[in-house]
Design a protein around this ligand. Structure first.
Ligand code: FES
Length: 206
């Protein structure tokens, strides 16, 4: 073999080695690219984690009849302070409601009562109609929708009506009562939305 041939062989070997290295690097990069969405799904971003966190609200500043909307997990949540007369009306039996005793699991067990709440005066509801998800309007005053309207929530998308505990009336497009999210009171006025009190105890105990 001539010197030239030896030199050419050496160059070919170097080129081959370079191409092999390049191919393996490209292989690693493309596998990482394919796996990246799965890796991201396993480790959600700080923004995503923050969006799922419980939120706190001071209810001491809520006036009677006032409605406030907060966002939790991308959903609007209503917090409303009901009047004594509204509470009294909810405690009366109402045969026009679809599920007056809230037997369907649309609320945590501690909200399975006539007011569908931990405290009769404070109502916490997911602001999404159980028909197709429109946001109903809050109409607490009687006769503001029609002469029979007792006060409650009205979904203008397809006409579903709910009482002031979010219980749906019979014959409405919405099949169930409005949803009550998990929540508890950290103290007299601090409402925590997004977690049950029992979950908090287990979190604390580890
Ligand atoms: S979405 Fe509310 S009645 Fe249809």
């Amino acid at each position: 073999m001539s010197i030239k041939e030896v030199q050419n062989t050496a160059v070919d070997l170097k080129r081959r080695e370079f191409l092999l290295r390049l191919a393996s690097i490209l292989g690693v990069v493309s596998v990482a690219g394919l796996l990246w969405p799965f890796i991201r799904a396993l480790f959600p971003s700080a923004v995503t984690r923050a969006a799922g966190r419980p939120i706190e609200l001071d209810v001491s500043t809520l006036t009677v009849g006032e409605q406030r909307t907060v966002m939790w997990r991308g959903k609007p949540i209503w917090v409303i302070r009901r009047s004594d007369s509204a509470i009294a009306k909810l405690l009366e039996p109402n045969q026009q409601l679809e599920d007056p005793e809230s037997k369907l699991p649309q609320q945590p067990p501690y909200a399975q009562n006539a007011t569908r709440s931990l405290r009769p005066d404070i109502l916490v509801l997911v602001a999404a109609c159980t028909h197709l998800g429109c946001v109903p309007t809050y109409r607490p005053d009687p006769h503001t929708l029609d002469q029979y309207w007792p006060g409650g929530f009205f979904c203008s998308c397809h006409g579903s009506k709910f009482d002031l505990a979010g219980r749906v009336y019979q014959g409405m497009p919405a099949p169930t009562n409005l949803e009550v999210p998990p929540y508890y009171f950290k103290d007299l006025n601090t409402l925590v939305i997004g977690v049950h009190a029992s979950s908090r105890v287990s979190e604390v105990n580890g």
